[in-house]
Ligand binder design. Structure first.
Ligand SMILES: Nc1ncnc2c1ncn2[C@@H]1O[C@H](COP(=O)(O)OP(=O)(O)O)[C@@H](O)[C@H]1O
Ligand SMILES: [Mg+2]
Length: 448
């Protein structure tokens, strides 16, 4: 008798194996392998064989004409910026973020903007009723005859609606709630998400319609359920920012049509999520600078933003703790070791906590010097001058390295009314900001 064919699939990354494993060898997730049913195996076979039936021939690259990408505006300056200059027709974009961060709000607003600009838009929601969405649309002033709502969780109904109408933009809220009849597994599982994303990708490319997919993320910040989704779409954007503040950052993680270094900044208010008017003063409080706080200016894409970093250094009872929010914990460990070595500070017996204001996650190494200044300020219990900013990347040897875009940063410092800056090297251009050069960690102390 022929042995029954078995196939197991990882619910986290989609890796398949004929044998069950306690830990996925591809993504190292535990207990994530589940057995696929005979129907699922049959479906996978059919879909993979159908894609190889049409024979295509390779061509020399010199004979190929490049795609002509003509973007159009989303009506939001900030979203256009993270997308790399606007929406690309036929692109599939994933917008992820924790619950309540503003995913539905932003996309309904964009849908409204485009409807007003006489584009026909479809908003598919498997999460909320049409009445609920209408309520939100009233608040966002997104009511328009060109905006169509479809409360639906069945993919074939969504596809039928799209094929019968000539929509110019589609929003799917959310990928985890849609399901396809073609595969028997539950909504949100790897097979479901893969089938749905594959179908949406096919529609986007063949009909040349941009599609935005909303995805929920788990506490650790990855997309809930399958990571395969991130690999399949053209663009991945994630919301950052704590829900206590009204600022939201939309960061690009993957973009097949542009750079991923830009960040969109939005403000949540009762009319919804709008482009932040000005970043000035949003991430720091000049009047209330206390001991343990230091100011710096980081580059987010092409923009300089002044932020406040805070440190709390307190005597430890037991094992010394190091913890940071918005700053890399390993980097904090390195800076502390350096302070111990170069300045003889007994930090091994102190707990050190770091916090970055406004829910920003620092990726720019130029904030190192400000973190050091904040730690020293907290350790000595002496506040820093609220007129001074600190910028510079610190190396393992304690040397302070040059930062990129120094003149742009100094210009922002000047515009925001600050008068002094501790920087790693002399500025090339003239500035009203009084600059103190600190090329080594030990020298920073002189300027504090
Ligand atoms: N009537 C309202 N007035 C002001 N803010 C609201 C109102 N209704 C909802 N919000 C805010 O909008 C935020 C974003 O909601 P939503 O866009 O549904 O988030 P997501 O889709 O990311 O889960 C919520 O956290 C809530 O605070
Ligand atoms: Mg939502």
């Amino acid at each position: 008798m022929a042995k029954k064919k078995t196939l197991f699939e990882c619910q986290s990354c989609g890796f398949q194996s004929p044998r069950w494993m306690g830990k996925c060898t591809s993504c190292n997730e535990w207990e994530s392998m589940i057995e696929l049913s005979t129907e699922q195996i049959k479906f996978l076979k059919e879909t993979s064989s159908s894609s190889t039936t049409a024979l295509s021939k390779a061509k020399p690259i010199t004979q190929i004409e490049e795609d002509n990408i003509t973007r159009f505006t989303s009506g939001s300056r900030e979203l256009d910026l993270v997308l790399g200059g606007g929406i690309v027709p036929g692109s599939l974009t994933l917008i992820g973020g924790s619950p309540g961060v503003g995913k539905s709000t932003l996309l309904l607003k964009i849908a409204g903007n485009l409807a007003r600009a006489s584009q026909k838009v479809l908003y598919v929601s498997g999460e909320e009723s049409a009445g609920q969405i209408k309520l939100r649309a009233n608040r966002l002033e997104a009511n328009h005859d060109n905006l169509f709502l479809l409360p639906e969780i069945n993919l074939s109904s969504v596809i039928a609606e799209i094929s019968n109408q000539n929509y110019e933009l589609i929003v799917v809220d959310s990928i985890q709630t849609l399901y396809s009849d073609e595969t028997p597994s539950a909504p949100g599982s790897v097979t479901q998400v893969r089938t749905i994303t594959f179908d949406l990708m096919r529609i986007a490319k063949s009909l040349h319609i941009p599609i935005f997919i909303i995805g929920h993320i788990t506490k650790d910040g990855s997309i809930a359920g399958p990571r395969v989704l991130e690999h399949m779409v053209d663009t991945v954007l994630y919301f950052e920012g704590d829900t206590n503040s009204d600022l939201r950052l939309l960061r690009g993680f993957k973009n097949r049509f542009g750079a991923t270094n830009e960040v969109g900044i939005f403000e949540m208010n009762k009319e919804g999520l709008n482009d932040a008017k000005s970043m000035a003063g949003k991430f720091f409080n000049k009047e209330k600078l206390q001991s343990g706080s230091a100011l710096t200016v980081i580059m987010e894409g092409s923009r300089p933003i002044i932020i406040e970093v805070q440190a709390l250094v307190s005597e430890s009872y037991g094992h010394a703790k190091r913890s940071s929010t918005g700053f890399d914990n390993n980097r904090l460990g390195m800076l502390l070791a350096l302070l111990e070595k170069k300045l003889d500070l007994p930090l091994g017996t102190y707990d050190v906590f770091i916090n970055v204001s406004g829910g920003i996650k620092i990726n720019d190494p130029s904030a190192d010097l400000a973190i050091i200044a904040a730690i020293l300020s907290s350790y000595r219990n002496r506040e820093l001058s609220s007129e001074t900013l600190f910028l510079g990347e610190v190396s393992l040897t304690g040397e302070i390295r040059e930062v990129l875009g120094l003149s742009q940063r100094l210009k922002e410092i000047e515009t925001q009314g600050f008068t002094k800056a501790v920087i790693p090297n002399k500025p090339m251009e003239e500035t009203k900001v009084k600059c103190f050069v600190a090329d080594e960690v030990s020298k920073v102390v002189e300027w504090m």
